[in-house]
Design a protein around this ligand. Sequence first.
Ligand code: CAA
Length: 242
Amino acid sequence: MARVAIVTGGTRGIGHAISVALKNAGYRVAANYAGNDEAAQKFQAETGIPVYKWDVGDFEGCEKGLAEVTAALGPIDVVVNNAGITRDAMLHKMTKEQWDQVIRTDLDCCFNMSRPVIDSMRARKFGRIVNISSINGRKGQMGQSNYSAAKAGMHGFTKALAYEGARKGITVNTVAPGYINTEMVAAVPKEVLDTQIIPQIPVARLGEAEEIARAVVFLASDDAGFITGACLDVNGGHYIAL
Ligand code: CAA
């Protein structure tokens, strides 16, 4: 029986590529999204992957949504916490709302999406949780104290849960993308992107969503069973950490 994977923010950007790559690798995939119905319907029509709408910042919404996916596809084997938002501003201009929105979506999602499935993964002695962090949770980024904090928090969550899951066949890892050719990066002021960011990328280009998706498919696979608590940097050499 094919394994079941849920990808949050799975209908657009990096999540779109992850959903499709997992499907092509033989998983039964469900793609979660929060708001853009039009994009989600288009995605479903094009890929045949069912879409489910809920807010990953809302614990009860996650419980309900994950129960629906389980009823439709079966117990969840793979959770990809990909959904994320930015609300960039220097701290001296950042509002409390911008802080709260990012922490709620980008960090609370780890608990909200993992807690409802962890008992079943432990009972079945198999699970893969892949958290999509960011280069900016690794190195920090001006204008992103909220986002860098949330994404760095994901690494702490990953490492702690990796210990807990290790003897139960559950691996927990992060993938930390660099600057990828998506709408999120397109929202960075062009002047900043061209003069401050791209020149710092050794491979001299933005990454492609499919390059992140391939890393996720690997971490979800049986081949990656001995990898847990790890962070896979996929950033074109933009931040090289050992
Ligand atoms: N790297 C280096 N320098 C940067 C920078 C960056 N990423 N972002 C801004 N700066 C510099 C600007 O060039 C500017 O320099 P000067 O004062 O020398 O002109 C200075 O910081 C202040 O910037 P702004 O004039 O734009 O100030 P602002 O208050 O209007 O906006 C900002 C500040 C919100 C940080 C805005 O510049 C911005 O959005 N920058 C991009 C931040 C960024 O990299 N976000 C990543 C989004 S993509 C993502 O998050 C996905 C992922 O995981 C990688």
